[in-house]
Design a protein. Structure first.
Lengths: 108, 113
């Protein structure tokens, strides 16, 4: 299973762009990279998924370089409600493991 | 949008009692998961289930735990004899196919006293 490393926490201000980088050096060929958001006392919620290059949806962008050893979640113009824990996961098989995630704190 | 539903939202039980946590996954999904999250800690994988059998399980998922899909729509997690350290949020999740994102329920908060 690919192991991931993310910053434990980050602070940012409302209106800023936030980039959270995850390293996954031993990612397997068949792994996709999926990012989730979790608020307290709620289940994780899917944000975005990609395999390589760039993916964009209505809430975020995901950048994956050619070597796929890392990925960066980009949240444009964050608000206070984006304060949450963000997880990156390689997803391929039956045992989908969450790491400790990045605790993002948005300040006014 | 279809969603995963879990019941009850909160369950209080005494140590040594059996509990059954219930989940209704999204109807066309084929792979089912249970996770738990102790307060302030990370989301921990317990078990995955496909084609009416366990696919993978973690070291946490010992003989105290079992899962079942009794009727084609419900997916249950049973803890036979609860311990204080089983107190946690338990999340059910499902996916439609390999590599698709997990869809989580809102969880059951289990409190063992």
């Amino acid at each position: 299973l690919a192991k991931t490393t993310q910053p434990i926490s980050m602070d940012s201000y409302e209106g800023q762009e936030v980039n959270i980088t995850c390293s996954h050096n031993n990612i397997a060929t068949n792994d996709y990279i999926t990012w989730y958001q979790q608020f307290p006392s709620q289940g994780p919620r899917f944000i975005i998924q990609g395999y390589k290059t760039k993916v964009t949806n209505e809430v975020a962008s995901l950048f994956i370089p050619a070597d796929r050893k890392s990925s960066t979640l980009s949240l444009p113009r964050v608000s206070l409600s984006d304060t949450a824990v963000y997880y990156c996961l390689p997803t391929r098989d039956d045992k989908i493991i969450f790491g400790k995630g990045t605790r993002l704190h948005i300040l006014p | 949008e279809p969603e995963v539903t879990q019941t009850p939202s909160h369950q209080v039980t005494q140590m040594g009692q059996e509990v059954i946590l219930r989940c209704v996954p999204i109807s066309n999904h084929l792979y089912f998961y249970w996770y738990r999250q102790i307060l302030g800690q990370k989301v921990e994988f317990l078990v995955s289930f496909y084609n009416n059998e366990i696919s993978e399980k973690s070291e946490i998922f010992d003989d105290q735990f079992s899962v079942e899909r009794p009727d084609g729509s419900n997916f249950t997690l049973k803890i036979r004899s609860t311990k204080l350290e089983d107190s946690a949020m338990y999340f059910c999740a499902s996916i439609s196919h390999w590599n698709s994102p997990l869809h989580f329920g809102n969880g059951t908060r289990l409190t063992v006293t």
